[in-house]
Design a protein around this ligand. Structure first.
Ligand code: SF4
Length: 111
């Protein structure tokens, strides 16, 4: 199950963003349970975190520039995979943090 966000901030639950599926709520009303259910399994989140740390270390544990951080964050903000609390439903990461770390990749190759 995936929860998508349309350009108006409304949340939809379904298999495909084109179909939209069932209306869940406006972004401000989305429950913690619905957000949790849209995230990858905990084991996948752990493996994603490990991969992110390996990539960060490989890139010298550097932080991104302010411009790069802003560029990444703006892409995430327009992405339906971002939850209202700033987590990516594709990797489970907290994007406010991940956008600051050098060497990271978007699981959908958007940045
Ligand atoms: S990391 Fe990629 S998939 Fe995840 S919210 Fe950002 S743009 Fe979307």
């Amino acid at each position: 199950m995936t929860i998508y966000r349309d350009k108006n901030g409304n949340m939809w639950q379904g298999d495909n963003i084109k179909d939209k599926g069932n209306f869940v709520s406006s972004s401000s009303e989305l429950s913690e349970e619905a957000i949790e259910a849209s995230l990858p399994a905990l084991s996948e989140q752990m493996s994603g975190l490990k991969e992110a740390m390996v990539l960060w270390k490989r890139d010298g544990l550097k932080l991104t520039t302010r411009e790069e951080r802003k560029r990444r964050w703006e892409i995430c903000l327009s992405c339906p995979a971002l939850t209202p609390k700033g987590r990516c439903t594709k990797c489970g990461c907290y994007m406010r943090l991940k956008t600051k770390l050098a060497g990271q990749i978007c699981p959908l190759d958007k940045w």
